[in-house]
Design a protein around this ligand. Structure first.
Ligand SMILES: [Zn+2]
Length: 289
């Protein structure tokens, strides 16, 4: 076990985020930003990872697989972990029924099987949020882990079902499941800080770019000093982080991490496998809550 593990992850949304999340299906310039991710960002990142020998997990919507099959095939063929990011890039709470949500994920699973030859084991919600059915669905579909939630920062844990959040009574955590959560954070992500979205002023996207990378480095350094066997998960998008000079800054961050003794880079499937084999601890709640 290394002192620290780094998991670089990409949500390969391509045009799906513009069509399904931002409603820009009739806006070719908006759509072109997603095309850029497939045409320019993704290969640039694959080259960086190949050059530095760094594994990665790519969460790919079924819509991206059916729209850009050759590029997604290249991600797999070059040795990277391909996992599920829904089919349409929608918030799961917008599905009319459990059946509607489940059928989209079944289509997405089939897409990934066509690319990789096997069922995906990992899930990341397109909205980084679940509906009331999502956990049950991913359990029933045979997923083993998720990377959408934020109940810890650097230590994985098990997702809980049958939780309750009433207005006037205490929150109930619910019961632990076998689904391993490898948590993410809006502060270890590129989209909110670096992607300008005209329609949604909450997504600012004109940050001092170096400050974003400085924050990621400071978070990694803190984890390295303070968390045993911590997992530093970074969630990025080819259409965002693939823009210059961000790939160079990402490479500098990788280089910084490598200056520390006993740091390994792994994809999320590998990390979860270590948990399932009993080689890595998960966060356990004292007293059950
Ligand atoms: Zn996404």
């Amino acid at each position: 076990m290394s002192r620290a593990t780094v998991c670089l992850t990409y949500d390969f949304d391509a045009v799906s985020v513009w069509i399904h999340t931002f409603g820009a299906s009739n806006a070719p310039t908006q759509l072109s930003r997603g095309i850029y991710g497939a045409w320019v960002g993704a290969p640039r990142l694959l080259d960086l990872h190949d050059k530095r020998g760094v594994p990665a997990t790519w969460f790919v919507p079924g819509h991206t697989i059916e729209s850009f099959p050759n590029r997604v095939g290249e991600v797999h063929d070059r040795g990277y972990d391909v996992q599920c990011h829904g089919w349409r890039h929608v918030n799961p709470s917008t599905f009319d029924s459990k059946e509607a949500e489940q059928s989209e994920y079944e289509r997405a699973i089939s897409n990934i099987e066509n690319v990789t030859g096997r069922k995906p084991t990992g899930f990341r919600s397109p909205a980084w949020e679940f509906s009331k059915h999502t956990l049950e669905i991913i359990e029933e579909l045979g997923f083993e882990w998720d990377s959408s939630q934020m109940g810890n920062d650097f230590v994985p844990y098990h997702l809980r079902k049958d939780w309750k959040a009433p207005d006037s009574d205490p929150f109930e955590l619910g019961d632990s499941t076998d689904i391993v959560e490898v948590p993410i954070s809006w502060k270890r992500a590129d989209f909110p800080a670096l992607m300008f979205v005209w329609e949604q002023s909450i997504l600012w996207g004109f940050a001092d770019e170096q400050s974003v990378f400085d924050l990621w480095q400071a978070q990694f350094d803190w984890m390295y000093e303070n968390v045993d066997d911590g997992i530093f998960t970074l969630a990025m998008h080819p259409q965002v982080i693939g823009q210059p000079p961000r790939t160079r800054r990402l490479e500098e961050l990788i280089g910084h991490m490598r200056t520390k003794p006993d740091v390994e880079f792994a994809d999320l499937s590998t990390v979860v496998g270590e948990i399932q084999d009993g080689d890595r601890e998960v966060f356990e709640v004292m007293g059950g809550n």
